[in-house]
Write a protein that binds this ligand. Structure first.
Ligand SMILES: [Zn+2]
Length: 317
């Protein structure tokens, strides 16, 4: 029998989602879409006027056992385990006594394989959408995948901060193509035109010793999958395999065992996961999962669909 814990009706939880946070002089990051350390500090200051910062574990305990939370609580969450979270975010959160929630992709840290989602960000900053389409389509025909073609006018409006053409490219690569194809084409293009991949992985992501140090400073880590593929593109066996591998690596490396109940969907949009993914997460004993659905959480929030507000939205308030 599952026990249903009543959550306090008045408690509102605002989870804010961040990706890149960098020093404006850092050449590995400052060409990417993200926010500077100054912007992070000023957002925290604005948020702190209205909210009390809590950790992801506080929220888990609120959901599991009805632990009391401040009426207006806020969690700062940082996705994808990039090195800027150690270099720039950790010192700020440490100074302000805030516990951030960091979602990490296990294959990246364990096997040093860069994520195509991060490589695509770099490619989009270095090449025009027209150039990307031209090169990618040439690579596809060379590889004999005649069924796919990257289109500049693919209709998609889900990336409000990108031009229509950039959004079209991101959407097709992240949600429409088979993950193996995207991975192969992006890696190949990257090798030929941008950087040696091994160097990229080495300088761009967290290492386990940094994760451990961040945990010791009170930061919380959650599983963000093994390969960062949208679970909606995977079949049941592939989801189980991804969860098996990532959960095992998390268990081996993460000290705070409560963190092993936390999951953040890759991408987290409605196109990126489904009922099957939620069912498998339950089977693997995950208790709460974070999406990229916008909004605030209250007692009616489904615990496998926790909403997050993007920092990009905050910028304009
Ligand atoms: Zn992610």
């Amino acid at each position: 029998m599952t026990m249903v814990v009543e959550r306090d009706n008045n408690t509102k939880v605002n989870v804010v989602m961040y990706h890149y946070v960098f020093d404006k002089d850092d050449p590995d990051f400052n060409h990417l879409k993200g926010i500077t350390t100054e912007m992070l500090r000023s957002q925290i200051e604005i948020l702190s006027k209205e909210y009390t910062f809590i950790s992801a574990i506080d929220y888990l305990e609120h959901i599991e056992y009805g632990k009391n939370l401040p009426t207006k609580s806020c969690i700062l969450s940082f996705d994808d385990g990039t090195i800027d979270h150690y270099k720039y975010v950790l010192p700020i959160l440490k100074e302000l006594g805030i516990s951030g929630y960091f979602s990490i992709v296990t294959s990246v840290i364990e096997n040093k394989i860069p994520l195509y989602v991060n490589m695509i960000h770099n490619i989009l900053e270095k090449f025009s959408p027209q150039d990307i389409c031209h090169h990618f389509n040439a690579l596809i025909s060379r590889k004999n995948y005649p069924q796919e073609k990257l289109l500049l006018d693919y209709p998609y409006t889900g990336y409000p901060y990108d031009s229509k053409e950039r959004a079209a490219i991101k959407y097709q690569l992240n949600y429409c193509w088979q993950p193996n194809l995207t991975s192969e084409i992006v890696h190949e293009f990257y090798k030929e035109n941008v950087d040696p991949e091994s160097e990229f992985a080495e300088k761009f992501y967290l290492k386990w010793e940094q994760v451990i140090e961040m945990e010791e400073e009170g930061m919380v880590f959650g599983n963000h999958s093994h390969k960062h593929t949208a679970y909606s593109l995977l079949n049941e066996d592939e989801i189980v395999d991804d969860l098996k591998q990532s959960s095992k690596i998390m268990r081996k490396n993460i000290h705070n065992k409560k963190s092993l109940s936390l999951f953040t969907y890759p991408y987290g949009t409605k196109d990126s996961f489904n009922a099957l993914a939620m069912e498998k997460l339950k089977e693997f004993n995950y208790k709460i999962t974070f999406t990229s659905f916008r909004g605030y959480n209250d007692s009616k929030t489904e615990v496998f669909k926790i909403k997050r507000n993007s920092t990009s939205d905050l910028r304009y308030h």
